[in-house]
Ligand binder design. Structure first.
Ligand SMILES: NC(=[NH2+])NCCC[C@H](N)C(=O)O
Length: 381
C-alpha cells in the first residue's frame, strides 16, 4: 500500500531556543546497538570516558562496544514518550528516516559502524531559514544526516537555504587534542589505538558540531575549544553574514547544551557560576537559574548489565527543550530541576528519560527545532 506523503512542513524559521516551537525533528534510536569506539569517538567523549578507557579496550583493537538491547528498547520507549508530549503541546514532530539495519561505513581512510540519527542537534544548526550541516567529529556520524535529508528537502522545497561545512576526511591527524593537553591530560588512551590512514600534508581540519552553538536571535554563541572549531567559526562568519557569532573560549570540550540553556530573554539555566565568565558581557547580567544538585538515585543502576560506559555527564538533564518562554520539557528523573523551574513560574512538561548518560543526549540533543516563531531579535543589548 502506498503511504500518504507526509504533510508538507511549513517554512523553516528558527533563530533561538525559546520562542514558541511549532515544528521539530525528533531523533530515533533503532539499531543503536553498539558504540564504535575508535580514536575519533574516544577523543570526542574523552571528558567522560577517559577513566574507563583502557580497562575495557581489548588488546586486539576491537572497537565495537555492544549496547544491551534492553537499554535500546527502554530508550525507544522514552523517546516515544517525548514524541507524545511534544505532540500534546501542539508541536508537529518530524522524524529522520530509520536505518533498516546496522550500517558499516568505509571511507578511503577508515571504517566505522554508523551511529543512528538520535542526537539530531549535533550535526546541523538551523540559523533562521538556513539549514547548516556541520562537520562531524566522530567518524561513525559522517553519514548521519543522510537520514534527515527527506526532511531537509521538504524544507528546501518550501524555500529554505541549505549549506554544508566542508566534509572532513577525519584522517589520522585531523583532530586537535589541544583542549586536553592544555589541561595537562594525557590523551594516549584515545590516540594509541588509532587505525585510520593519514593524508599527507592535511593536518587539522574544520571539525565542528551544531550543538556547540546556542542561538539567541541575531546572535549566536559558539564554543571554540581547539583549532578544528576555530576554522568552523571562521566558516560561519564568512558564510552567514547577517548573524553575529560570539566566540566562547573553551567553555566545554565541544557541546554546550548541558552547560547553558537560554530560557527566555534575560533568563538562562547554567550549570554553575564558574561558567559565567565564558559568556558575552551582555549575558553576564542576565538572571540565572543554577542547575540544582542531583544524586545517584536519579540515575539507573547498571551493575546487573555488566559494564556500560557513560558517555554523558551527570549534568545531561540541564539539556531541556523549550516549547515557549514559559513552558519547558524536562526529564522527570530530575525532580530537583522541575521544582526550581516551577518556582520561577515555568510550566514543566515532565518526560521520563532513563539512559541519558549512555547515549550522550538529553531532550535538547534529541531534537532539531526547525520552526519557532521568533526572528533575528537583538537580545543582547
Ligand atoms: N547535543 C548533545 N549531544 N549534547 C550533549 C552534551 C553532553 C556533554 N558532553 C555532557 O557530557 O554533559
Amino acid at each position: 500500500m502506498p503511504q500518504p506523503a507526509p504533510a508538507s512542513p511549513t517554512a523553516l524559521n528558527s533563530f533561538d531556543e525559546f520562542t514558541r516551537l511549532d515544528e521539530v525533528v525528533l531523533g530515533r534510536a533503532e539499531h543503536y546497538d553498539a558504540h564504535h569506539t575508535d580514536t575519533s569517538w574516544r577523543l570526542f567523549f574523552y571528558d567522560n570516558v577517559a577513566p574507563v578507557l583502557g580497562r575495557h579496550a581489548t588488546p586486539s583493537g576491537e572497537e565495537l562496544l555492544p549496547i544491551p538491547g534492553q537499554l535500546v528498547d527502554e530508550l525507544n520507549e522514552d523517546i516515544a514518550g517525548l514524541a507524545d508530549a511534544l505532540t500534546g503541546c501542539g508541536v508537529k514532530v518530524l522524524r529522520p528516516a530509520a536505518p533498516g539495519k546496522d550500517i558499516d561505513i568505509r571511507s578511503p581512510h577508515w571504517d566505522a559502524r554508523a551511529t543512528p540519527p538520535l542526537n539530531v542537534r549535533d550535526q546541523t544548526i538551523i540559523l533562521g531559514n538556513t539549514i547548516v550541516e556541520t562537520a562531524p567529529h566522530v567518524r561513525a556520524r559522517i553519514f548521519e544526516n543522510d537520514l534527515l535529508k527527506p526532511a531537509f528537502y521538504r524544507y528546501y522545497q518550501e524555500g529554505a537555504n541549505w549549506l554544508s561545512m566542508p566534509r572532513p576526511a577525519l584522517a589520522r591527524d585531523s583532530l586537535d587534542t589541544a583542549y586536553f593537553t592544555r589541561q595537562n591530560l594525557d590523551v594516549s588512551r584515545a590516540t594509541d589505538s588509532e587505525s585510520a590512514g593519514a593524508i599527507e600534508g592535511l593536518g587539522l581540519e574544520m571539525v565542528f558540531d551544531g550543538a556547540q552553538c546556542m542561538r539567541l536571535g541575531r546572535d549566536v554563541l559558539v564554543n571554540v575549544a581547539n583549532h578544528n572549531h576555530e576554522l568552523a567559526l571562521r566558516w560561519l562568519r564568512d558564510n552567514i553574514r547577517d548573524l553575529r557569532f560570539h566566540r566562547l573560549d573553551a567553555m566545554a570540550d565541544n557541546h554546550i547544551d548541558s552547560v547553558l540553556v537560554p530560557l527566555r530573554p534575560g533568563l538562562m539555566l547554567l550549570r554553575s557560576p564558574a561558567y559565567l565568565k565564558y559568556l558575552p558581557a551582555a549575558m553576564q547580567s542576565w538572571d540565572v537559574i543554577y542547575a540544582p544538585e542531583t544524586d545517584d538515585s536519579n540515575f539507573p543502576d547498571y551493575s546487573d548489565l555488566g559494564f556500560v560506559i557513560p558517555i554523558g555527564s551527570r549534568y545531561m538533564d540541564i539539556n531541556l527543550l523549550s516549547i515557549d518562554e514559559n513552558t519547558v520539557v524536562v526529564n522527570s528523573l530530575y525532580p530537583e530541576l522541575i521544582e526550581v523551574l516551577e518556582g520561577h513560574g515555568f510550566t514543566v512538561v515532565p518526560v521520563r528519560h532513563r539512559h541519558r548518560r549512555l547515549f550522550g543526549g538529553g531532550f535538547h540533543c534529541f531534537t532539531l527545532d526547525t520552526v519557532r516563531r521568533g526572528g533575528p531579535e537583538d537580545y543582547l543589548s
